[in-house]
Design a protein around this ligand. Structure first.
Ligand SMILES: O=C(O)Cc1cc(O)ccc1O
Ligand SMILES: [Fe+2]
Length: 442
């Protein structure tokens, strides 16, 4: 008997219950508190469980056994912090190819910033009330969240750290997430981020859909991101009174609100279920690509997808460009010039992206909007046109990624103006391209 399932992982259709975190007021006492002084390494070894693929066959929900229910708090009040928005009409639409230099990380102690105050919306479309849309945020911070947590009422956060480790405490336990790993904190889950210096990263937020593994179709059993490599935390709790006040922040309908309470929200002594935060190391990705000729669409590098109800159309895909072999024959190997029906936001975690050796830097970004032409810069075109087509390692030491969406994204005022990181000369990288057309050439 073949014990390896040939069916792709499916997390099932969302039903109204599936997105609720059910709480049970009960002293279960199953999980042991973890000492707060433990090292990051201890956390890695002791705090993560492998995900059970079989759980994914059910609707998503979790039961949390906690010391006090989360309902005990003072009323929420507006919180003026960070630069979040889903006002996509702040500024005129811009169909140009856009590229940003690395987003600046403020310096502590002059400009102390934590994960929440360091959130900046760069682009997006749709809105949380209608439960359909996405936003791309940049986070820059230098301080840990102390006695405050965040939860997102609007949707799920896929977090891509680029510089600096994130030690994320969640209601489900702790996760250490470092560059080249990603994590997903789903709608409603409270979390706090500890950092260890200047820290930066990217966030893909989706409203109204959850991330899941792409259907593997003809790929069959193994390939791309494997379910076994997704790690979920084990329960961690503290029974801690905070007389000075603990602040619970909610991102609700695109705005932040804060409520005070007298106790730590990380009071879940045990939980079970499959609606959890999780993390994934991008090195675990099993890369599949052309082995004969032609250039596969980068959807072949999809790690996670958030589907729309239209079959085959993604609200957003998280796609990576990992180190791999390029072996295709009679094929221009870097990404070809193209226009397409998706919006492509790209970021770089480390190294050099093959199509733009210069200019596209770790911690920066680019946006190629719907039907906007783009492709390799002139240098890359010249080099790749002359390159001998032998097997070649591509992207060693590099990790570029793409948030690709079927929505037409608008860029915020922060993105186009106030961040001051827009590379005004981006279009010039294609200007030296010249015609090589010669009808007489054999
Ligand atoms: O535009 C990009 O650089 C991303 C990309 C890469 C690729 O290999 C094919 C298509 C595509 O959009
Ligand atoms: Fe592209």
């Amino acid at each position: 008997m073949n014990l390896i399932s040939t069916s792709p992982l499916s997390w099932g259709a969302s039903c109204p219950r599936a997105t609720g975190v059910h709480e049970l007021l009960q002293h279960a006492g199953v999980a042991r508190p973890y000492p707060r002084t433990c090292t990051c390494q201890d956390l890695e070894m002791n705090m993560l469980l492998r995900i059970h693929a079989v759980q994914e066959l059910y609707q998503r929900d979790s039961w949390l056994y906690r010391i006090l229910p989360s309902v005990c708090h003072k009323p929420f009040k507006p919180l003026e912090e960070g630069h979040l928005t889903h006002d996509w009409d702040e500024i005129q639409p811009d169909p140009n190819q856009l590229r940003w230099k690395p987003f600046e990380i403020p310096k502590a102690p002059q400009k102390k910033m934590d994960f929440v105050s360091g959130l900046h919306t760069l682009c997006g479309a749709g809105e949380p009330r209608g439960r359909n849309g996405i936003a791309v945020h940049i986070f820059v911070c230098n301080s840990s969240m102390i006695d405050r947590c965040l939860y997102n009422s609007d949707g799920d956060f896929l977090i891509v750290p680029q510089q600096g480790k994130l030690l994320i405490t969640t209601e489900f336990g702790k996760m250490l997430v470092e560059p080249n790993e990603i994590c997903v904190i789903q709608q409603g889950m409270r979390f706090s981020v500890e950092v260890f210096g200047e820290t930066r990263g990217y966030i893909l937020e989706v409203y109204g859909a959850h991330f899941e593994l792409p259907d593997l179709g003809p790929i069959g059993a193994n390939g791309l991101a494997n379910p076994r490599d997704f790690l979920v935390p084990v329960a961690w709790y503290e029974d801690r009174q905070v007389p000075g006040g603990y602040t619970v922040i909610s991102k609700y309908q695109g705005k932040l609100f804060a409520a005070q309470q007298d106790y730590s929200p990380y009071n879940v002594v045990a939980w079970h279920g499959n609606y959890t935060p999780y993390k994934y190391h991008l090195e675990k990705f099993m890369v599949i690509n052309a082995v004969a000729f032609d250039h596969a669409d980068p959807s072949i590098f999809t790690v996670l997808t958030a589907k729309t109800t239209r079959a085959g159309v993604a609200l957003a895909d998280f796609v990576i460009f990992p180190p791999r072999w390029g072996v295709a024959n009679n094929t221009f190997r870097p990404p070809y010039y193209h226009r397409n029906c998706m919006s492509e936001f790209m970021g770089l975690i480390k190294g050099h992206y093959e199509a733009k050796e210069e200019g596209f830097q770790p911690g920066g970004g680019s946006l190629h909007s719907m039907m906007t032409p783009h492709g390799p810069d002139a240098d890359c075109f010249e080099k790749a046109s002359k390159a001998k087509l032998e097997p070649e390692r591509v992207a060693d030491g590099t990790m570029a990624f793409m948030f690709e969406s079927s929505l037409s994204l608008a860029v915020t005022k922060w993105g186009l103006q106030t961040s001051n990181r827009l590379d005004k000369n981006y279009y010039k990288c294609w200007e030296p391209l010249k015609s090589h057309f010669n009808p007489k050439c054999k």
